[in-house]
Design a binder for this molecule. Sequence first.
Ligand code: ZN
Ligand code: ZN
Length: 386
Amino acid sequence: MQRVTALYLAVVTALAILPQSWSHEPVTRARTPIRLPDLPGYVTLKGDFHIHTVFSDGLVWPTVRADEAWREGLDAIAITDHIEYQPHKADVSTNHNRAYDIARGAGVELDLLVVRGSEITRAMPPGHLNAIFLTNSAALAVEGWADAIGAAHAQGAFIFWNHPGWEAQITNGIVRWYPEHTALLERGQLHGIEVANGRSYYPEAHRWALEKGLTMISNSDIHNALNLDYHVHAGDHRPLTLVFARERSADALHEALFARRTVVYTGDRLIGEARFLAPLFSAATRILRPQIQVRGTGQVQVQIHNDSDVDFRLERAGEVAELTCPSSLTLAAGRTVLMAVRGRNAAEPGTRKVRLPYLVANLLVGPDQPLEVTLDLEVTILPAAR
Ligand SMILES: [Zn+2]
Ligand SMILES: [Zn+2]
């Protein structure tokens, strides 16, 4: 009897000290949505259009790429194995269409858009270019680079220049635009450019995108298993291209890429044209009670909510007659923060709209050019206390 009691106590004690998760299945196949708002008339698709698998120099099977993307909250991926570089060819098929064909089934199962692509892998110039929305990758396996790009173009592909600032393909640290790129542009065979690739941002590519009317693209160019390079469960994310599409479909994605409706999302930065960044900021943020009353130099705490995954780092860009406001303020991702404003003694009594001017340091409309925004309040200035 005593032995049974002792055994019972041992079991109860063991259960008590086991971790909570012991009785639950760990949630491994779960998707974490990326919180970035849709824009008026468009859905915001999150895409990575530069991904490698074992079918070139990647270390991952194609279906795993679909799983990784789904879990991270992406809507679309392109598998873009190198045409000209297949270091695993002794072990894996050299069929250039095979990686896509395998990943596509996983994409259908997960409701993830998987796009057929390839990386045309040449010396500089023109360097490496991705062609996506291909119909047959094998047609790109030809000798001359111009013929390879021509073959992609003939299939209606969206073609972009990869990692223009990659150290291995630049000399003396200078990122160059070559006459070959001009020729491609003039032939209608260059549509986009990677402004960011992996952890790198290329200000030159950013400038060229604006000057030459190229779609801004940002991709992981991932070769490893995603979790080896990005701590996605600790707030990290792979670089993404946000695509503002009319609907969540491959056709709409294709149309939006050609129409240059993209924003680059890399680290805590969003890079793109003001016509997208401004509504994105507006849709993501909300002043909970924009009507305030101030008397004299009295202080009011304004609450601002940020419904997105991005911290918005605000820097004051000017002064207004009615109020003083903080010189810098971070609207933390997913949180409501306080902004202390104070009245100015000299302000005339009455009610009016006041727009507090700020720059968003991590939203770039050009290299070193932050987005201008205003925080809009309706301010009632009360007469000074008697
Ligand atoms: Zn490359
Ligand atoms: Zn690559």
